[in-house]
Design a binder for this molecule. Structure first.
Ligand code: MN
Length: 166
């Protein structure tokens, strides 16, 4: 079931995080980057795909510098409503700590959305306030939850930049 893992981790009597709903693909293509002051400060990067927010936790945040690789650890899908969430997750709850919206906007795929999960590669453009331009997410081969998020723009040479070698 979609969002099963999201629901399992949370007790909605204790947290103000949204229960949300399961949506069919809304086509609104939102993205959000949330700054999350949990036990380890990190940024949560979320892209609307297939009616949920596909989510990655990025310990060092999203680099604006082309070519800088940032580890992005895939986490459970979140409901679309989570893109509006700001607040404090109480002590003792999953992800306890303050959540802020660092940036948000819409995104557009620049690679085939039918294959991104299988091929572990997603190129996309972000249209936010801080995040504007093209990034790529590349899944690492030795760990299925580990991806790299890389700002791409000036790296493209005829669209054939080899992210894994550079
Ligand atoms: Mn988080």
């Amino acid at each position: 079931m979609k969002l099963a893992s999201y629901y399992e981790k949370r007790n909605f009597k204790n947290t103000l995080e949204p229960k949300g709903e399961i949506h069919t693909d809304s086509g609104s293509n939102i993205f959000v980057a949330q700054k999350h002051y949990s036990s380890h400060l990190h940024y949560d990067f979320r892209l609307e795909i297939d009616g949920v927010l596909k989510s990655w936790a990025i310990p060092k945040g999203i680099s604006l510098v082309p070519g800088v690789k940032r580890l992005a650890i895939m986490t459970e899908d979140h409901p679309l409503e989570y893109a509006n969430f700001v607040g404090i997750i109480p002590e003792g709850e999953y992800g306890a700590g303050k959540v802020e919206i660092w940036d948000r906007g819409v995104w557009k795929p620049r690679s085939d959305m039918k294959l991104w999960s299988e091929q572990r590669k997603l190129e996309f453009a972000l249209y936010g306030k801080k995040l504007n331009g093209t990034w790529v997410l590349i899944g690492l081969k030795n760990n299925l939850t580990h991806w790299l998020l890389i700002k791409a723009n000036s790296l493209f040479v005829n669209n054939k930049y080899d992210y894994e070698k550079n």
